[in-house]
Design a binder for this molecule. Structure first.
Ligand code: Z5A
Length: 221
């Protein structure tokens, strides 16, 4: 049976990596086979492209070129990592996915939505997340957390944008979630890690019932 595909989205410092890892551990504790991955990256080819993108080397070529590079990385990640894992029945938990391109390059970078759609068709095909968490925190809190995580290192290409950029980012994610309520759940992520993890778990449980197959197996044995 195909596994489930769960993605985490949101602006800087909303806690996506933290919550993706906590959810993956919780699913594993149920006995499920889980793959935790991230974008850009998640496969050897995509990790190389990640380096190019986050260093800012591609910025001078403009948002269309950056969108193409994110799509190229995603294409490799989907083909080499995500689809094989789902086919093996794994639950794939991914830190960022195609919504990031829609929001960062599409809404913020003003790349034509038809172009974004065409890139998605090529890189993602029919694959769609079963559930997407949009983590939401006030911009100032997110940037403070991202700065703490950096521990004095310089901000990457996207962290270095102005406050106004991050405010628009937050609005764009909330609009995206409102447009696809069957797939997206907005989680207020301004509380402590454990409290946010509980909100995430409750939503994952009610939407995807991860304990279901396991319980049925136990009953059958
Ligand atoms: N990008 C794009 O433009 N287009 C695309 O298609 C894709 C990506 C896929 C990837 O950078 C960049 O690429 C990203 C968008 C762009 N822009 N930026 N920057 P990345 O992978 O290096 O970084 P990120 O995805 O943006 O992650 P992040 O925002 O830096 O962090 P996070 O994953 O949201 O948060 P975290 O690492 O889990 O937590 C940050 C710190 O806060 C850390 O010290 C935690 O311990 C702490 N934390 C987390 N949760 C809490 C709570 N609840 N309370 C207190 N402290 C917390």
């Amino acid at each position: 049976m195909r596994g489930k595909f769960i993605t985490f989205e949101g602006g800087e410092g909303t806690g996506k990596s933290t919550q993706a890892a906590m959810l993956a551990m919780r699913l594993e504790a149920l006995g499920l086979s889980v793959l935790l991955t991230r974008e850009p990256g998640g496969s050897p080819g995509a990790e190389i492209i990640r380096h190019v993108l986050l260093s800012g080397a591609a910025k001078p070529f403009g948002p269309e070129a950056e969108a193409m590079l994110f799509a190229a990385a995603r294409d490799d990640h989907v083909r080499c990592t995500i689809l094989p894992a789902l086919a093996e029945g794994k639950w794939v938990v991914c830190d960022r996915f195609a919504d990031s391109t829609r929001v960062y390059q599409g809404t913020l970078g003003a790349v034509d939505p038809r172009f974004i759609k065409a890139l998605e068709r090529v890189s993602v095909g029919d694959l769609a997340p079963d559930l997407t968490f949009v983590l939401d925190v006030p911009v100032a809190l997110g940037l403070k957390r991202a700065a703490l995580r950096r521990e004095g290192a310089s901000p990457d290409r996207f962290e270095a944008e102005q406050i106004e950029f991050h405010e628009k980012l937050r609005e764009a994610y909330l609009a995206l979630a409102a447009a696809e309520p069957d797939r997206c759940v907005v989680v207020d992520a301004s509380a402590g890690k454990e409290a946010v993890a509980k909100r995430v778990w409750d939503a994952a449980n009610s939407r995807l019932k991860p304990a279901g197959p396991r319980l049925l197996e136990n009953l059958a044995s």
